[in-house]
Structure formats: structure tokens, C-alpha cells
Design a protein around this ligand. Structure first.
Ligand SMILES: [Fe+2]
Length: 184
């Protein structure tokens, strides 16, 4: 299912009411904190938009808090890309598509990365395929969007701070609209 701009806005606004799987912040707080980290680090508008929207697949899939605990992976990165493909191009979609792979990659190449993951990120890692093999690691590194996906992953990991104040959704929707194909 592909979302219209209006549907996307509503989905994000409503996500203030749902918790980000296994974490203590809402889906909306997580999205805004991710986008805020991207903006702070000087990411371009497409990558800030990817940070804002990287977990839209969870919202579309309606994954509840219990799914993860029950061992269900909702393949949210794929659902997210499918739902955003009418609105955005590759510069937004590719980092979203790769942000789960980026976690599996960083666990292999970066000492200490795995140990620093949150409990629920570690839990979902196993469901998402666990550590990358040497071959997968090489192929991931060769992807032209790998750098953006790894950056997005780090903002994703950081965006779980209880009570953090961020700019409002409207600020990031404005940035997203500037890189969208048909924001209406
Ligand atoms: Fe996330």
C-alpha cells in the first residue's frame, strides 16, 4: 500500500499515542528525535526525511509492543519503503530500506556496537537475521547508500531519550515536503 501525503501526515501525528516497540518513548518522539539528530549532524534534507520516516513501516504494520516479545519481525523496513515509494525517491528510500541491515553490519565491524544496543534492539537483531556473514558485510559496504544507512542507524539508536525536547512534527514535514514528489 502506498501512502498519500495526507495519510502520511495523519499516520505520523497519530503515532504520538503508540510506544516505540519495547522502548519508553512514543513512535512520534522516536521519529522526531531521529530527524533532530540528523539535522544536528548536518544531514541533507533527503536524509533528515529518511530519519523522520525510517520506522513508518511499524506504523503501517501496526506492530504492537507484544509482537517483538512474541518473536515476530514485521519486516518494517520493507513495508516502509513500499508505503513511501510514490512520495519519495531513492535518496530517502534506500537508507530506510537498509537501516536494519546497517545494524547487522555495525554489530560485525564495530567493536562494542552490539553491547551498546538497547535490550529490544538486541532482541530484534536475532529476528532480523543476526550478525552479517563476511560476504554480506562486503556486499553491504559496497552499496552506494551504505554510508547514509549507517548514519541513519546511529541516529535511530540515539533517538530513545525519555522527555527530550525536539522541534515539532511540522518542522520536519516541511523538510520532507521539499524533497517529496507530490506533497499534497
Ligand atoms: Fe527506529
Amino acid at each position: 500500500m502506498s501512502l498519500s501525503w495526507q495519510q502520511l501526515e495523519t499516520l505520523l501525528a497519530d503515532s504520538a499515542a503508540s510506544l516505540y516497540g519495547g522502548e519508553a518513548v512514543s513512535q512520534l518522539e522516536h521519529a522526531l528525535q531521529s530527524a533532530e539528530c540528523a539535522e544536528r549532524d548536518g544531514a541533507n534534507p533527503a536524509l533528515i526525511t529518511a530519519a523522520l520516516l525510517h520506522d513508518v513501516g511499524h506504523l503501517v504494520a501496526g506492530q504492537g509492543d507484544t509482537d517483538l516479545a512474541n518473536g515476530i519481525d514485521d519486516r518494517h523496513e520493507q513495508i516502509g519503503v513500499a508505503s513511501l515509494k510514490e512520495l519519495f525517491g531513492d535518496a530517502v528510500l534506500a537508507p530506510i530500506a537498509l537501516h536494519v541491515s546497517a545494524k547487522r553490519y555495525l554489530c560485525v565491524i564495530e567493536p562494542g556496537y552490539h553491547a551498546a544496543l538497547s535490550e529490544s534492539s538486541r532482541q530484534s537483531l536475532a529476528l532480523q537475521g543476526g550478525l552479517m556473514s563476511a560476504d554480506e558485510t562486503r556486499r553491504f559496504a559496497a552499496n552506494p547508500h551504505a554510508y547514509a544507512a549507517v548514519a541513519l542507524r546511529r541516529w535511530d539508536d540515539e533517538a530513545k531519550v525519555i522527555g527530550k525536547v525536539t522541534p515539532p512534527l511540522s518542522h520536519y514535514l516541511q523538510i520532507a515536503a521539499a524533497v517529496a514528489r507530490n506533497p499534497q
